[in-house]
Design a protein around this ligand. Sequence first.
Ligand code: SAM
Length: 151
Amino acid sequence: MPNFLELEPLDVARSLRLPNAFSISNTGSNDFYHRRCRELDITPHPARMPVGLAAFFIELLTDANDIVFDPFAGSNSTGYAAEILGRKWVSMEIREEYARQAAIRFEDPEIEQAKSARSETPKNGQQPRAVDKAKEARLANNSNGKRSVTE
Ligand SMILES: C[S@@+](CC[C@H](N)C(=O)[O-])C[C@H]1O[C@@H](n2cnc3c(N)ncnc32)[C@H](O)[C@@H]1O
């Protein structure tokens, strides 16, 4: 069952309101973070946020090189999304094992790919290619055309 982020107040009289919602899967179990956790015999953080959700709000609310702060970082999905999107980030996590585990995310080759793509981008006001690349990697269309984000 996907998680839904309603963009407008719920209207109980309407039977269909999916156009106002993101359908975001949080079940990705074969991304880099999960694969490395398995290799290292680490139990992934139990309450991870979909990276695509963090990426959506980072793109909406910040510009390149802005600082993104997450005081409850967990596996640091936020810092990872910020890194991919060319933002600086500061994250805090009270549990050392989660903070250590979060470092796995920054071994992901996708980060270097996003940086390379960004360095090729002309500074002409267009959306950086890295953002497009990150979106391509993170945002896939469902067969029914709804936006779907997998971690
Ligand atoms: C819901 S999880 C965050 C999950 C994260 N968004 C992710 O995608 O992995 C909340 C985290 O906040 C941490 N936490 C709780 N109290 C905290 C505090 N006072 N300072 C820093 N981190 C705290 C918990 O250990 C937990 O890992």
